[in-house]
Design a protein around this ligand. Structure first.
Ligand code: HEC
Ligand code: HEC
Length: 398
């Protein structure tokens, strides 16, 4: 099984909270149609066939629910990435055959395909991330279930139709593990189709360039990795953002959007970050979310790096203070960000990236390029730890 990295902490939290009975080596639970329809035992999303006869190349359907631990019908959501529906027994993700009426769901290797990105709406329908035009949802066939043998074994086809085509009972779902969310709201402005150049959203929501709109956007698109107060999560390799200046945050967002950061092999975390903002082609949107973040409460990040503080102090004075300030608060005129109270392990990793030429190497990354020489001037790897442990001793003015 491939439950590593990103979502383990989140999954663990969901499972603990839901307390669902699951067979030992499967994480996940049943994906249920909310209405029982003609099957009092309820319908669950299921792989065609059963056990060793399961045929993962057939489209997914719904079938009479069986006991917990039933691997053909065990799913988890938002894994490996937000919006994906994952089948741990097969290490595959649900993918639509096509974005049009009558498309079917298949299990395919997990990928970045938009056909694998779903959103659980407030009305409990599951919408597919699509461009302009009708909103498409996952529904079950309205005709009575087809008997598949045994006293109570019925199946229905699962397909895609415009969200309001059928009665809600054919389109409302309950997520596995008691999860309450799946994916991101396509109307919350994370897709190009849904946002105007001024950052205004469709559907009567607060415009994204207002603080309220930016807060909503942060809550759906950023909070899962950077935390409710922008404090960051080490398990997700996501740094603290709060306390950083908005001009710096915006520039980094543009760097990710423009593929000037996070494109190298092995940059697993940074490429996730890049993926998550790749649809933000909008100045107002980026400025709004950056302003929102820089106004979040700013507590110093925990200290995790040990080094020779005295050596670090002299390295800092010689090689860093000129741009980042003797107080480490950053100098906007020199484009150098604040370092005081920011995430130490993240600064170490960025210094390593600058030293190795995986950040600041893109021809258009003129600001990142300025860090290459000073980082490479640090005499050895220990010096990286030393200088960051000195930065840890600095305190932000109140
Ligand atoms: C999947 C998790 C994830 C999501 C979602 C995510 N980020 Fe990130 N973010 C990261 C990681 C990991 C990094 C560090 C990348 C690196 O190591 O280069 C990062 C880095 C950043 C940085 C650079 C910080 C710096 O000091 O250089 C900014 C700014 C940022 N994220 C903002 C956002 C915003 C705004 C959103 C929402 C629109 C968001 N992130 C969504 C994981 C995520
Ligand atoms: C010539 C000016 C200059 C010098 C000298 C300099 N920096 Fe920087 N530093 C910058 C600029 C500009 C950036 C922003 C890069 C960007 O926008 O991507 C930066 C970014 C960084 C970052 C990334 C922060 C983040 O949140 O992503 C770290 C860490 C850093 N510097 C540490 C240092 C250390 C430690 C030294 C001394 C060894 C140093 N810098 C010396 C200009 C400088």
């Amino acid at each position: 099984m491939r439950l590593i990295g990103t979502s383990v902490a989140l999954l663990g939290a969901c499972l603990a909270a839901a307390g669902t009975a699951v067979a030992q080596d499967y994480v996940g639970g049943n994906f249920l149609l909310k209405a029982t329809l003609d099957e009092p035992e309820a319908y669950c999303l299921d792989v065609f066939g059963f056990g060793t006869h399961a045929n993962i190349d057939e489209p997914l359907s719904v079938h009479t629910c069986k006991n917990a631990g039933w691997r053909d019908a065990t799913f988890t959501v938002n894994y490996p990435e937000t919006g994906q529906i994952y089948a741990p027994a097969y290490d595959r993700c649900a993918e639509l055959s096509q974005i049009e009426r009558g498309g079917h769901l298949f299990l395919r290797p997990c990928s970045e395909s938009p056909l694998q990105r779903f959103f659980y709406r407030d009305d409990q329908k599951i919408e597919v991330q699509s461009g302009p035009g009708p909103r498409w949802c996952i529904v079950v066939h309205p005709a009575d279930g087809i008997a598949t043998g045994g006293p109570s074994h019925v199946r229905r086809e699962v397909m895609m139709l415009a969200c309001d085509t059928l009665e809600p009972q054919f389109a409302q779902w309950l997520l596995p593990d008691g999860a309450s969310s799946l994916g991101r709201d396509p109307e919350a402005g994370v897709t190009r189709a849904d946002q105007g150049r001024d950052g205004s959203a469709r559907g009567g929501r607060a415009p994204l360039n207002t603080l309220e709109g930016a807060a909503a956007l942060y809550g759906t698109a950023c909070l899962p990795c950077h935390g409710p107060t922008g404090q960051g999560y080490v398990e997700l390799s996501a740094p603290k953002l709060s306390g950083q200046e908005d001009w710096y945050l915006s520039r980094q967002l543009w760097n990710f959007v423009g593929s000037r950061r996070g494109t190298h092999d092995g940059e697993r975390w940074a490429s996730q970050m890049r993926y998550h903002v790749s649809d933000f082609d909008n100045d107002a949107l980026i400025a709004g979310v950056s302003a929102y973040i820089s106004a979040l409460p700013d507590d110093p990040a925990p200290v995790t790096i040990q080094g020779d503080i005295e050596r670090g102090a002299s390295l800092y004075a010689q090689g860093c203070a000129v741009c980042h300030g003797t107080d480490g608060m950053g100098i906007e005129a020199l484009n150098a960000p604040r370092q005081v109270g920011m995430t130490d392990w993240y600064m170490v990793r960025q210094l390593e990236k600058f030293r190795e030429g995986v950040r600041g190497d893109h021809p258009d990354d003129i600001y990142g390029a300025q860090m290459v020489v000073p980082s490479q001037a640090l005499p050895d790897d220990q010096a990286v730890l030393d200088v960051v442990s000195y930065i840890n001793t600095l305190v932000a003015p109140q």
